[in-house]
Each structure stands twice: as structure tokens, then as C-alpha cells.
Ligand binder design. Structure first.
Ligand code: PMP
Length: 307
């Protein structure tokens, strides 16, 4: 279980154990919350939030899709997050903002339930812990990602993760580290909490926004890093079998960072070890978030005296 000192909760910093909501809150009954997962890294130049603006912009977009409004601007959210890190004495952290519908009428209609905000921060290793170094073994899930005209995949909403949960349980109970999900048409979509890339003949391939994916910020970072390294990137429909024919496959996301995939459905990816292009991307990503060598202006430094 994670633990911390303070949580930002509806306008105040409250003690960790005091950030509580009513059991009949709309978000608990009907899944009406939108959220983010953001990392702060301890770089050589100090603690920095990775792409803070882009994460809070996506939060605002998710809110808009669900007709939610709060008084905080993106800049307010960033400042609150910096204060939260300082108050918690965190040099590196996983940051979890959530905007949700609170206690109101018992009805799936969310419009009359109050909108509340919390931001928590705590220490969290890579999603796959030490497995991130050697790569993980995945399966293709029998559960599909939601169809485009059902639940918006581009919104990072709490309820979306029921679909992810089914795939994750299936994967773990069948002895895999994670699942890859297909979209409703059978094309590759994403992981339950990660975007996916394939490498084939020196180029990167990743599903597009029309494949029911979250528009991942790490995904975007990889596309931009690939540009810097002159690696071509194609965003397109990808048939499932490309997972077996690919030279390299990897997941990416805030929690997963860049996690190599070394087998799919027990078929080795390439020669079954972490590939060259995956390694290059990991190295460049780590250079940015650990050494602070950031040609893109992605690091939002938390500057405070004695912190
Ligand atoms: N897809 C899903 C379903 C996710 O939950 C996440 C994690 N936020 C991602 C992709 C990766 O997105 P990001 O790189 O912005 O963390």
C-alpha cells in the first residue's frame, strides 16, 4: 500500500488519512471520475514534474468530455502539485490527480452531483518493477477495448478501467505479466494502462487515435524522441499478427515508462531479448528524466529553498 503525508483535497492540503468521501458518492456508484498519472523525477538538476502542462491539459480535456468544470486552471494545478511535493518532502513521485462526482442524487445522471478534486503524490517504482530491465511476457486479451462510439477512450476516466481490470486479471491468472488489447475491429489497441509500439525493419509503428487508445503522453514523447533519432514512426491500423512478426515490441506509459515486451502469447519477440531500438529509446528517455538533458522543455522544475 502506498503512503504519504498530505493530499490536496477540495482546496486544502489535508492529512493522508483524512482524504475521505461518502460511500454513496457518484464516482463510487457509477465510475464518474477523470484522472491523471504523472511522474516527478529527481534529475541531476533537481526535482522536475514530467510534462506537467500536458498532463493537466489532458485532465481538462477529459473533464470537458464529461461536462465537468473546476475553478482551477492548468497553472493552478501545476502550482498545487509543486506545493504538494514540497509538503510531502518527495524528490520523486507518482502524482495522482482525480476530479470526480461526489455525493448527490442516486441516479446515473451525473449533472446534479458535486464536482470534487484531489491530488495525491507518493513514491512508486516502475509498474513492472525490476522486470522492466529484462522485458515482460504478455498475451493478447480476449477482452476488446471499447468501441469508438461507446466510452471515449481518449478521456482518462476511472470507469474505463473496468475494461482494463478484466484484461489484467485474465493475463495474471494465465501466467502473463500483462495483456495487449485489440480494438473492436481486431486491430492492436493498447495495454490496460500502457500504449504500445512495434519495431519492424528499423521503423516504429503504433496504433492511431482511431484504434481506441488513450492519447498517451509517453507515447507522444517517444514519437518526438524518435524524430530526434531519425527513426521513422507510423501511426496506423496494425493487425494482431504484427505482434508476432515484429523485431521489437514495447509498452510505454507514465507508470510503465518504456517496458520491453519479450514474448507475446509465448512467441518470442525477435530473438526474445530487449531490442536495439527499444534500448536506444530507453537510454534517451532516461537521459531526459534522470540527467535533466531535456531538449524539449518537458521538465517542470520544483524549486524551493531547503527542499
Ligand atoms: N493507455 C492507458 C489505458 C493508460 O491508462 C495509460 C496510462 N495513463 C496510457 C495508455 C499511457 O499514457 P501516459 O503515457 O500518458 O501515461
Amino acid at each position: 500500500m502506498v503512503e504519504g503525508k498530505f493530499i490536496y483535497f477540495n482546496g486544502h492540503f489535508v492529512e493522508w488519512d483524512k482524504a475521505k468521501i461518502h460511500i454513496l458518492s457518484h464516482v463510487i456508484q457509477y465510475g464518474s471520475g477523470v484522472f491523471e498519472g504523472i511522474r516527478a523525477y529527481e534529475t541531476k538538476l533537481g526535482t522536475a514534474i514530467f510534462r506537467a502542462y500536458d498532463h493537466y491539459k489532458r485532465l481538462k480535456e477529459s473533464m470537458k468530455m464529461y461536462r465537468m468544470e473546476t475553478s482551477e486552471t492548468i497553472e493552478d494545478y501545476i502550482n498545487i502539485t509543486k506545493e504538494l511535493l514540497i509538503k510531502n518532502g518527495l524528490k520523486s513521485a507518482y502524482i495522482r490527480p482525480v476530479v470526480y462526482r461526489g455525493f448527490g442524487p442516486i441516479s446515473p445522471n451525473p449533472l446534479h452531483a458535486p464536482i470534487e478534486t484531489a491530488i495525491a503524490a507518493f513514491e512508486m517504482p516502475n509498474l513492472f518493477n525490476e522486470k522492466v530491465e529484462k522485458g515482460i511476457n504478455v498475451c493478447v486479451s480476449s477482452y476488446r477495448r471499447f468501441a469508438p462510439d461507446t466510452i471515449p477512450a481518449v478521456a482518462k476516466a476511472t470507469g474505463n478501467y473496468l475494461n482494463s481490470q478484466l484484461a489484467m486479471m485474465e493475463a495474471e491468472l494465465n501466467g502473463f505479466d500483462e495483456a495487449v488489447m485489440l480494438d473492436v475491429y481486431g486491430y492492436i489497441s493498447e495495454g490496460p494502462g500502457e500504449n504500445i509500439f512495434l519495431v519492424k525493419d528499423g521503423a516504429l509503428y503504433t496504433p492511431s487515435l482511431t484504434n481506441s487508445i488513450l492519447k498517451g503522453i509517453t507515447r507522444d514523447s517517444i514519437i518526438k524522441i524518435a524524430g530526434l533519432l531519425n527513426i521513422p514512426v507510423f501511426e496506423q491500423n496494425l493487425p494482431r499478427e504484427m505482434l508476432y512478426a515484429a523485431d521489437e515490441v514495447f509498452f510505454c506509459g507514465t507508470a510503465a515508462e518504456i517496458t520491453p515486451i519479450v514474448s507475446v502469447d509465448r512467441i518470442p519477440v525477435g530473438d526474445g531479448s530487449v531490442g536495439k531500438i527499444t534500448r536506444m529509446l530507453i537510454e534517451k528517455f532516461r537521459e531526459i528524466v534522470h540527467e535533466g538533458k531535456d531538449p524539449f522543455g518537458w521538465l517542470e522544475f520544483v524549486e524551493a529553498e531547503g527542499y
